[in-house]
Design a protein around this ligand. Structure first.
Ligand SMILES: Cc1cc2nc3c(=O)[nH]c(=O)nc-3n(C[C@H](O)[C@H](O)[C@H](O)COP(=O)(O)OP(=O)(O)OC[C@H]3O[C@@H](n4cnc5c(N)ncnc54)[C@H](O)[C@@H]3O)c2cc1C
Ligand code: FES
Length: 252
């Protein structure tokens, strides 16, 4: 059940030139599982909150990791330990995971942080493929190493890991071993579309976490509606952000 409360920033760490990791004291906001999100009010004058995935959690603490994109996240990046944030959460439906499962986790850019929650959920049984634009944007690889059986890094410019997009790495992995419970992916829509196509080609179930601009975050404003393959519309904030890849209309 989502609650709204003022949360203290317990720790604020800069991960690289673009990304920050905040640990929040957030009693009562423990998520049901990986990739639910919180809606964070960014500044007093801004009406809209900003959705950020829950990257990790423990007891009363939530960890969020975000990159600075615009005004809201820039404001957020200037918060320090001891500051308080107005937070609404946990929101949305995350990945449907079996604790005993073995998953192929695929994250791209700011889609990487929520996959850490999935890695921890399956305690070193899962494999992660993490894609970044370039080495200076890489983050959290040590955290993934601790929580995964194996990790693979990729970058668009070849400055870290394999040169190229994550879907090529996913294809290579599934060619050798397709005995995964599911492929779980979070990142930009073109990446999700390609990963979903590769998983479908190998007959492996796939869930994707969709990103849409959000307003209310609770299904009340239609701001985040997306078109589904069956012609219906669904709210990313309430029905998602995670959907089965086969449910999504990839052609819009
Ligand atoms: C369910 C969900 C979970 C998310 N989790 C994370 C996370 O864990 N870490 C993280 O860094 N970011 C995450 N995001 C994206 C984050 O919400 C946006 O980067 C943020 O809202 C941008 O706000 P801003 O005021 O800084 O930028 P704005 O000034 O609002 O926008 C700056 C730029 O970012 C683009 N943008 C804004 N919102 C989105 C969005 N939702 N999706 C794609 N592009 C957007 C705009 O088109 C614009 O080009 C998530 C988004 C969703 C929907
Ligand atoms: S953001 Fe308002 S309905 Fe999803």
């Amino acid at each position: 059940m989502p609650i709204q409360k003022s949360c203290t920033v317990v720790e604020a760490v800069r991960l690289n030139a673009f990304a920050y990791s905040f640990t929040l004291e957030a009693e009562g906001m423990t998520p049901e599982g990986p990739d639910q999100f919180v809606h964070v009010k960014c500044g007093h004058s801004r009406l809209l909150r900003r959705p950020i995935s829950i990257c990790d959690w423990e007891e009363n603490l939530l960890r969020i990791v975000f990159e600075v994109r615009g005004e809201g996240t820039e404001w957020l990046s200037r918060r320090k330990a001891g500051d308080r944030l107005d937070v609404l959460g946990p929101l949305g439906r995350g990945f449907r995971m079996d604790r005993e499962g073995r998953y192929l986790l695929v994250g791209g850019g700011i889609g990487v942080p929520p996959m850490l929650g999935c890695a921890k959920w399956t305690a070193e049984r899962s494999t992660a493929v993490l894609g970044f634009r370039s080495a200076d944007r890489a983050m959290l690889s040590k955290d993934f190493q601790k929580s995964c059986k194996e990790i693979f890094l990729c970058s668009d410019d070849g400055s870290i890991g394999r040169h190229g997009f994550v879907d090529a790495q996913v294809r290579d992995i599934l060619e050798k071993d397709k005995d995964f419970t599911a492929v779980l992916a979070c990142g930009p829509k073109p990446m999700l579309k390609n990963v979903a196509a590769v998983a479908a080609g190998f007959g492996v179930p796939c869930q994707v976490s969709m990103e849409e601009r959000m307003a209310c975050g609770v299904g009340a404003c239609l701001g985040c509606a997306i078109q589904m393959a069956d012609g219906t519309m669904q709210h990313v904030c309430k029905d998602g952000p995670v959907f089965d890849a086969g449910e999504v209309d990839w052609n819009v």
